[in-house]
Design a binder for this molecule. Structure first.
Ligand code: DX5
Ligand code: ZN
Length: 225
């Protein structure tokens, strides 16, 4: 299994985003993870389409935009137009999840559904065949630098098995508290895209941090063959 690394700019220096994105890319980042927060769904506010547009100009890899907002439907096109190649929405806020996934795909982006730590995998069983990826939260969303919730490993396994049954080639992404001490285990559990904020931009050398995460992830990859 190839592991893709997705540094989260939430822990970057917002006054030097282009510099920090370039450092992550120099270390081998596969995508840049962008956290959008609305102050309602999560207790924090971040950025919107204009800043994503600016990051799009600075980055050379795809942007993975994680929408932590209550009412994403009216804004999907704005985020794709701003430069999101991957767009994920939370299952907790969407009564018509199937419709939203279809809308994201119709805009030309990869469609992802996100599960909070307290949300059961069963909530997305009926869209397992429709999504391009499932993002498993291993912290309660809202802030970078939180502690990894170990139960997320079982959830990654359950989601991976569900997607295998659906047989579509969709992948599992994991987000929250991933660092050098646990990245091998999340990969072994079945996550093939790994978000890391503090473990990249909270380190003195972001490029070196991405390289170290990849080296540590290889242990997990070898375990699954
Ligand atoms: C949390 C965000 C994460 C966050 C991860 O709400 O969705 O993407 O930036 O940061 P770390 O890796 O520091 O937990
Ligand atoms: Zn995120």
């Amino acid at each position: 299994m190839t592991v893709r690394l997705a540094p989260s700019i939430l822990s970057a220096d917002f006054a030097h985003l282009a510099r920090d994105v370039a450092a992550a890319e120099a270390g081998g980042a596969d995508v840049i993870h962008v956290d959008v927060m609305d102050g309602h769904f999560v207790p924090n506010l971040t950025i919107g389409p204009p800043v994503i547009k600016a990051i799009r100009r600075a980055a050379t890899v795809p942007l993975d935009v994680h929408l932590m907002i209550d009412n994403p439907d009216p804004y999907l096109s704005a985020y794709v137009e701003a430069g999101a190649s991957m767009l994920s929405v939370h299952a907790e806020v969407l009564p018509h999840l199937h419709r939203t996934i279809g809308a994201i795909k119709a805009l030309g982006a990869k469609a992802g559904v996100v599960l909070n730590p307290s949300t059961p995998v069963s909530a997305i069983e009926n869209v397992a065949g429709d999504v391009d990826f499932v993002l498993v939260m291993s912290v309660n969303p809202g802030f970078g630098g939180q502690t990894f919730i170990p139960r997320a490993l079982d959830k990654v396994r359950t989601v991976r098995a569900m997607l295998d049954r659906a047989g579509t080639g969709a992948f599992v992404e994991i987000d929250g508290g991933v660092d050098l001490t646990n990245i091998a285990r999340v990969v072994e559990a079945g996550a093939s895209m790994v978000v890391a904020g503090q473990a990249v931009f909270g380190q003195p050398d972001a490029a070196a941090a991405v390289r170290a995460l990849r080296a540590a992830a290889v242990a997990g990859r070898v375990d699954v063959g």
